[in-house]
Design a protein around this ligand. Structure first.
Ligand SMILES: [Mg+2]
Length: 299
C-alpha cells in the first residue's frame, strides 16, 4: 500500500512542530540543491533565486541550518561558510563540526567501536581501508561496486562507494570483517561510472564504523547545543534521511523523494506520524519548507 504522508501546508501538526523548531538539519544532494548541484536554480536546474531568498530569510530570522551530508569535511566547510551557516555534519554522520574557522569544534564519531580500538595516529578511514572491506565487496559483487571517484578522496572516516547492491547482502559480507562496520545506502546516483550492472539504479554507499548514522550525529549535535529533539526538524530525499526521524520532531521529504523505491519501502515499514512532504522537488521543495517554517514561527 502506498504510504500516506501529509503535505506540510495541510497539516496543523506540522505547523505546531515547526513553530517550536530553532534548528534544521538538511540533506544537500537531491534536497537543498537543484539538478546539477546549484542553490541558484529551480528543481530542474533553471536559474532562480527562490532557494537563495529562502536561505537569506532563515539566516535573517536567526534560525540555524546545519547541512548533513555524505560529502567530506572540506567540501562541507566551504558550502556552509558560503551559505552563511556555522555548523555541519560530514561523511554521513561521522564528523560533527561546530564553527567554520580553524578553531572549530570537531567530533569524529566512531560509533560502537570501543575506546582504544583505533591505533594512535590512525584515522577511522585508514582502519576501514586496512580491514579489507573494499576487497571483500568487490570480490563478492564483481562489476557492481567501485570507489565513487573522485569523491572518495580526502576522507577521514567513511569509505565512499558507488554500486548496485542489496544492502542486506552487502552487510552480510562486511559482517566477516574487523573492525565492525556497517554499509549505509545514501541514495540514488545519476551515473554508473564504470559499473556494469543495469538491473537497478546506481546508489552511493558509505562504509562506516558500526552505529554511525545521521540520526546519531544529530543527537550528539543537539546535546552540544543544549537543545531538545522538540526544537529540531530535518529535511531530505532518501531512505537514510527518513531515519533522522528518531532524532528530531519532524522530517520533511521533498517531492522527488517519492520517486525512490527505497523511500517508499522505508515509509511502509515505519510509523510516519512525524513525516511530511512538500509539493515542490529538490531546491523548490526546500524553499517551500523554509517558507512554511518562517510562517509557523510567525516571521
Ligand atoms: Mg540526498
Amino acid at each position: 500500500m502506498r504510504p500516506t504522508v501529509p503535505y506540510l501546508d495541510e497539516s496543523p501538526l506540522a505547523r505546531e512542530t515547526f513553530a517550536r523548531a530553532s534548528v534544521l538539519y538538511t540533506d544537500l544532494d537531491g534536497t537543498l540543491v537543484a539538478k546539477g548541484g546549484s542553490v541558484l536554480a529551480d528543481a530542474e536546474g533553471a536559474p532562480s533565486v527562490v532557494t537563495a531568498e529562502a536561505i537569506v530569510a532563515l539566516n535573517r530570522a536567526g534560525l540555524d541550518v546545519v547541512p548533513v551530508s555524505g560529502r567530506n569535511r572540506l567540501q562541507l566547510r566551504e558550502l556552509t561558510q558560503l551559505l552563511g551557516w556555522n555548523a555541519y555534519i560530514a561523511e554521513a554522520g561521522a564528523i560533527i563540526v561546530r564553527g567554520t574557522d580553524l578553531d572549530a569544534e570537531v567530533l569524529l564519531d566512531t560509533g560502537d567501536w570501543p575506546a582504544g580500538m583505533l591505533a594512535e595516529g590512525t584515522t577511522p578511514f585508514a582502519a576501514i581501508t586496512a580491514s579489507g572491506a573494499y576487497e571483500a565487496l568487490t570480490a563478492a559483487f564483481p562489476g557492481r561496486i567501485e570507489h565513487f571517484a573522485p569523491w572518495q578522496l580526502d576522507r577521514e572516516v567513511t569509505l565512499l562507494l558507488r554500486g548496485c547492491l542489496d544492502s542486506a547482502e552487502a552487510q552480510a559480507v562486511l559482517d566477516d570483517v574487523e573492525p565492525p562496520i556497517d554499509i549505509v545506502d545514501n541514495g540514488q546516483l545519476r551515473s554508473y561510472g564504470t559499473l556494469t550492472c543495469r538491473d537497478m539504479a546506481p546508489h552511493a554507499y558509505h562504509v562506516v564504523p558500526r552505529g554511525v548514522c545521521k540520526a546519531r550525529a544529530i543527537e550528539l549535535d543537539l546535546a552540544a547545543r543544549g537543545l531538545s529533539r522538540e526544537q529540531a526538524v530535518a529535511v531530505g530525499d532518501s531512505a537514510t534521511d527518513i531515519e533522522m526521524a528518531s532524532a528530531v520532531s519532524a522530517v520533511v521529504l521533498v517531492n522527488n523523494a517519492f520517486d525512490s523505491p527505497g523511500v517508499l519501502s522505508e515509509l511502509a515499514d515505519r510509523n510516519t506520524d512525524t513525516i511530511f512532504r512538500t509539493r515542490g522537488s529538490r531546491s523548490d521543495g526546500w524553499a517551500e519548507m523554509a517558507r512554511f517554517w518562517l510562517t509557523a514561527r510567525g516571521v
